[in-house]
Write a protein that binds this ligand. Sequence first.
Ligand code: MRU
Length: 344
Amino acid sequence: MVETVEWTDDGVLLIDQTQLPRERVYVTCKTHEEVAVAITDMIVRGAPAIGVTAAMGVARGVLETDAAELPAAFPKILERLANTRPTAVNLFWALERMRAVYDSVASEPIDAIRERMVAEAKQIKIEDIAINQAMGRFGAELIPDNSTVLTHCNAGALATAGYGTALGVIRAAVSAGKKIDVFADETRPFLQGARLTAWELQQDGIPVTLITDNMAGHFMKAGRIGCVVVGADRIAANGDVANKIGTYSVAVLAKENGIPFYVAAPISTIDLALETGDEIPIEERASREVTHVGGVELAPAGISVANPAFDVTPNRYVTAIITERGVARNPYNQNLREIVEGKA
Ligand code: MRU
């Protein structure tokens, strides 16, 4: 499986996801500033992968700063990394975890601080892979044998430290011996489905059929889709789910056609501080992502463009939320809280 993000002595090593699948190019981010730019430019993307990378960015920031300057510089390092992408809460979760560790060692010698920060960033990565595998085990039970699973965007190894959330569920179902094939929405405008999900599954030998986003309803109505599994960028306390733009349309179509709609996401994606999805900040990205495909301008010059990167699916369309601690169903207000607080 492809390595998405790796800690090396030279910096944070990322596979450049803007170049896939045409080229396998790696980028080394030596400073926290370079890490921040890589997140904003989507060299690395996907909620858990952004969290892991940001944690490593904090560690780079601590390594690049003199001991005397660190107390004043540390909050600025966090702030710079926080100001990259607003929707995926895993970013803020990871920064908060790094801040808590820094606070606990801030009075120690600089070498001890540095060692501890690097260790924590590496630990977040290790945990993310284990979390995805646990989620996969719970989710695999929900996937019918001999079925086709529709997915949107890329919630795979590339969107995490490895294995994936939605694609982790699919991988686990296949490992359990189920005969699964996948329909991957291309996911305009950034084409994470066409470029990344299709590539990842092809590499693993999992049968995958690429469709354009506007074909999903047609295949659901024709009885070709057994269930939908997607990832998430932020889940509010009531179970409303922010995920890649177009997810809401898929969820409504699934309900209309009586097809289960599952969301696979780690606990770090659940934001109990927000009551409903209306409070989730939605990132607006550059118009060029809509007007251009593969660097070629398709729309008339000067056209007005809207480009929200995410939408919010109301909880009534969500059949279940698969986490590393188990599966939550309605009423989400109660069941998500119990899972997050470890009572489930
Ligand atoms: O804009 P992106 O590519 O970062 O958006 C990614 C998604 O929406 C994923 O579905 C989500 O982060 C879950 S990834 C496990």
